[in-house]
Design a protein around this ligand. Structure first.
Ligand code: SP5
Ligand code: ZN
Length: 343
């Protein structure tokens, strides 16, 4: 299968994130994608191609122009306020219950309005990288549209936590949602499977009321895990989208037998929806030695994951999401794609 890539991601290189009450070294770093690229070059997966340019229109089908406008100028405004040597823009105050949201005006109020956490810093290269990530996802969607059986969008920063007007969880623009909407706009019927360790709250929210896109997510129970406020089993869709959203929250320590059962269930539900294209939010933070996560999948389990996804027998677009074990990320990502391809 073809892999799509852009070196613009390298410019998004935040040194630190604010998490667990302190500034800690960032885990969502450029080396993640570079390690995956190196692993794919060593395996017989297929060519790695530069992404094309798709413009703003597909982004604005999914995201509010207010958020897009803000992300494009946030770092400049931050530097105007705190100086050219200021570290990354990180919010410190939020419009909570009883407050007003401020979509225009001061950088601090807008940061608090659009962000949902403190771990998603905006640096000088963030916007260019996020834009390029969307182009990577759309290039893969175009390959699928052109008849390819599968494609891999090696996107970074990730996207599945970003909704129409909120960014967070290391995500700024929702790459997979933009690709799914782009395919739906051309008459296709997409299903999205999210296998990242964290619930894809952004993707869920974007399609929650839609009958046209099915969303299924396997993830750590928000009872104990990020993003904490969405991803519970009773979220099944609303209005026209009722029954088109499936959440499978899993306990700490989930290993392959338990994961496989949940994955097979999700694939069954996806098939029942009758899609003609499958998009997979491929997060690799379910790995046993992931530094911020608490599942227990091993290297070889990822071949099986790819094979089970193949079993849906659909044109399949993988987009890269989380996964923070730098030494394992290349191998386990390639294992999924190879498991899919060799089946
Ligand atoms: C795309 C993606 O995987 N985003 C994940 C964002 C998670 N950010 C907060 C994680 C909090 C983890 N806390 C565990 C403490 C380990 N030091
Ligand atoms: Zn994740």
């Amino acid at each position: 299968m073809k892999t799509f890539y852009s070196d613009a991601h390298l410019a998004h290189d935040p040194p630190e994130e604010f998490e667990a009450g302190r500034l800690t070294p960032a885990v969502e770093v450029p080396a993640r994608v570079e390690r995956v690229r190196a692993a794919l070059l060593q395996r017989d997966i297929g060519p790695i191609l530069d992404a094309g340019e798709f413009g703003d229109e597909p982004i604005l089908r999914v995201h509010d122009s207010d958020l897009v406008c803000f992300l494009g100028e946030a770092h400049d405004h931050w530097r105007e306020k705190y100086g050219v040597d200021a570290p990354a823009a990180i919010p410190s105050a939020w419009p909570s219950r009883g407050h007003k949201q401020r979509r225009i005006g001061h950088i601090e109020s807008r940061l608090g309005t659009f962000a949902f956490d403190t771990a998603t810093p905006i640096v000088r290269g963030t916007w260019a990288a996020a834009r390029a990530g969307v182009n990577v996802a759309l290039s893969a969607a175009q390959a699928i549209r052109g008849g390819d059986r599968s494609a891999f969008a090696l996107t970074r920063p990730p996207g599945h936590h970003a909704s129409a007007d909120v960014f967070g969880g290391y995500c700024y623009l929702n790459n997979i949602a933009i690709a799914a909407q782009w395919l739906a706009d051309q008459g296709m019927r997409p299903a999205i499977l999210d296998v990242d360790y964290h619930h894809g709250n952004g993707t869920q929210d974007l399609f929650y009321g839609s009958a046209d896109v099915f969303f299924a997510s396997l993830h750590a129970d928000p009872e104990f895990a990020f993003p904490h406020f969405l991803g519970f089993a009773d979220e099944t869709g609303s209005g026209m989208g009722e029954g088109k959203n499936l959440n499978i929250p899993l306990p700490e320590g989930t290993d392959w037998p338990r994961y496989e059962e949940a994955l097979n269930h999700a694939i069954g539900q996806i098939k029942a929806f009758g899609p003609d294209v499958l998009l997979v939010s491929l997060g690799l933070d379910t790995f046993v030695d992931d530094p911020i996560s608490r599942f227990a999948l091993k290297h070889h389990d990822y071949f099986r994951m790819g094979a089970i996804i193949e079993d849906a027998k659909l044109p399949t677009l993988f987009t890269f999401e989380g996964g923070y074990n730098i030494d394992a990320i290349g191998t386990i990502t390639a294992n999924v794609l190879q498991g899919f391809q060799d089946t």
